[in-house]
Structures are given as structure tokens and as C-alpha cells.
Design a protein. Structure first.
Length: 292
């Protein structure tokens, strides 16, 4: 039986990918961000999951506002990484598992989630920015990706609770898959930021840190919040946090935060977090050096 072993929350700022491609990992402005991913990458290397299941959003790369579904599941053996205007990135196509993707899709439809299905379509920075910081890619990625796109761009959006329930349904789908697979769920986007209008450049660190605490201990409170409350507290684009709630719904009710980096250097708080799917896990910082 497939099982979910943990979860990752990650910003998907497009400039992360640009800085990575240009070798700026040691640049003083970028080093804190890249260093924050290293413990998560090390944990993935040690745990060797077969699958990363991403909750992300497409930024009008594959999906467009004339036909933008609430939820869309990517199906394919390979997904090209989109050229978003800066040229092809030199990364291999993202690997997929059609049997697993089809199983997840069928389970979600049977639980009355009306999905769109995208076959072999390009994937943009919603996944491609954090992915090479999490997994090595030479000569190829070590596992497969299940991409689930969530509409956080064009209103009406799915509610925070609907996304939380989507994650719970995904967990049931994974656990009903007969193959022995280790799965990590990833929620991307956020945290506080606004990139247009009178509040351009808005951030709210106090709310970001409160969100991260509630995410661990009281996700039901976050699921009960309305979009307007997310926007008021964190800016218009912080509504992306509902994708983190989908990831949280796929985890156990009680989890342990193994790692957190919060770095506010530009227009958004760039964050990476790691959660073990059990309440008594030892945080990375408290482990012996050889085990971390």
C-alpha cells in the first residue's frame, strides 16, 4: 500500500528558479534561501520517496482565463518545463506515473471532486522553481511527480476548507493504491505578498508566523477562514496559502515540524518547511549530525 511519509511547504517565486539557473546559490542575497532548502533535500535523499505530489497553481502558462478549472490533475509519463520567457531551463522533463495519476484522478472524481485532466502539458514555476532545490536531476529526477493544480488566480476560488478536504481525499486515494510507494506531499505558494495595486509590496511577517503555527496545531481554524481574510492579512496573492492547506489535509492530524526557513528579501516571504507525518518525530536540528 502507498503511504504518505511527510509534507513540504515551499514558496514558488519564479526568481528562485532564475537564481538557481544562474548559479547564485552563494550570493549573499540568495544564500539564506538556498541554504534553507538543504536540510529538506537531505531528508528527501535519506528517505528516498518514490513520489512528490504537488499542490500548486498554473500561472496562465498551460491554463488560461478563458478556461481555468478549479482543480486540474496532470497525467503523463513526462511533463516539459515551461518556457516562461527566460528560455528553456536546462532541466530534464518532470517524470510522471500514469497509473498512479489515473488512480488519484478516479478516486477524487468518485469523491465528487470535479477535475480537469491535463495530459503531458508543460509545468511552470509553480512546481519547477522549488523542485531542483528538493531533488537532484542529473541525469534524471529520482522519482515521479503527481501535479494537482488549484485555481488561486481567477475568482471564484475554491474555499480554504474545500482545499483542506481535497488533501484529505488525496490521502485516501494514496492509501488505497496497492503499490508499495513512499509519497511526500508538497504545497507551494505564499506566504504574504501582493504584486499589484495600492498595496504592491505588502508583507505581514506576524501573520506569516501565526499561519505557520496554526498550520501545525489548528488547521481547522485556517480552513474556516474566508478569502477576504487571507487577502486582508497577507495581501492579494497570499490566498495561495490555501494550497498549503491541501497539503495539510493530506497529512495526519498531528504532525511534527522538522524544519523551517523564513526569508523575506523581496516582494514575498520565501519559506520552506518540512513536516513528518507523525507527532513524535525528532526535528532535524535535534538529531545527531550523522542522522540529520
Amino acid at each position: 500500500m502507498a503511504r504518505i511519509i511527510g509534507g513540504i511547504g515551499a514558496s514558488h517565486v519564479p526568481t528562485i528558479g532564475l537564481a538557481y539557473d544562474r548559479g547564485r546559490q552563494a550570493d549573499p542575497a540568495w544564500a539564506p534561501l538556498f541554504d534553507g532548502y538543504k536540510p529538506v533535500a537531505a531528508w528527501l535523499a535519506a528517505e528516498k520517496p518514490d513520489v512528490l505530489l504537488f499542490f500548486y497553481n498554473d500561472h496562465a502558462t498551460t491554463l488560461f482565463f478563458d478556461c481555468y478549472p478549479t482543480f486540474a490533475l496532470g497525467v503523463g509519463e513526462r511533463f516539459p518545463i515551461a518556457d516562461e520567457g527566460a528560455g528553456l531551463r536546462g532541466l530534464p522533463d518532470i517524470r510522471g506515473d500514469v497509473d498512479l495519476q489515473a488512480h488519484v484522478g478516479e478516486c477524487l472524481v468518485n469523491e465528487e471532486f470535479d477535475l480537469a485532466f491535463l495530459q503531458n502539458k508543460p509545468i511552470d514555476h509553480g512546481i519547477a522553481s522549488p523542485l531542483p532545490l528538493l531533488w537532484p536531476h542529473t541525469p534524471d529526477w529520482p522519482g515521479v511527480v503527481v501535479p494537482i493544480a488549484i485555481n488561486v488566480l481567477q475568482y471564484p476560488l475554491p474555499t480554504a476548507r474545500r482545499c483542506y478536504r481535497l488533501g484529505q481525499a488525496v490521502r485516501r486515494a494514496i492509501e488505497s493504491y496497492p503499490m508499495d510507494l513512499k509519497v511526500v506531499v508538497v504545497g507551494t505558494g505564499g506566504l504574504s505578498h501582493q504584486i499589484h495595486g495600492e498595496r504592491t509590496g505588502f508583507n505581514n511577517t506576524d501573520w506569516d508566523l501565526e499561519f505557520l503555527e496554526l498550520f501545525k496545531s489548528d488547521p481547522e481554524r485556517l480552513a474556516a477562514m474566508r478569502h477576504a481574510e487571507y487577502v486582508r492579512l497577507g495581501g492579494a496573492e497570499s490566498v495561495e496559502q490555501i494550497m498549503w492547506l491541501a497539503m495539510r489535509g493530506a497529512l495526519n492530524p498531528e504532525i511534527t515540524e522538522l524544519h523551517r526557513t523564513y526569508y523575506l528579501a523581496t516582494t514575498t516571504a520565501m519559506t520552506v518547511t518540512l513536516y513528518a507525518n507523525e507527532a513524535n518525530a525528532i526535528p532535524l536540528a535535534a538529531r545527531p549530525a550523522e542522522a540529520a
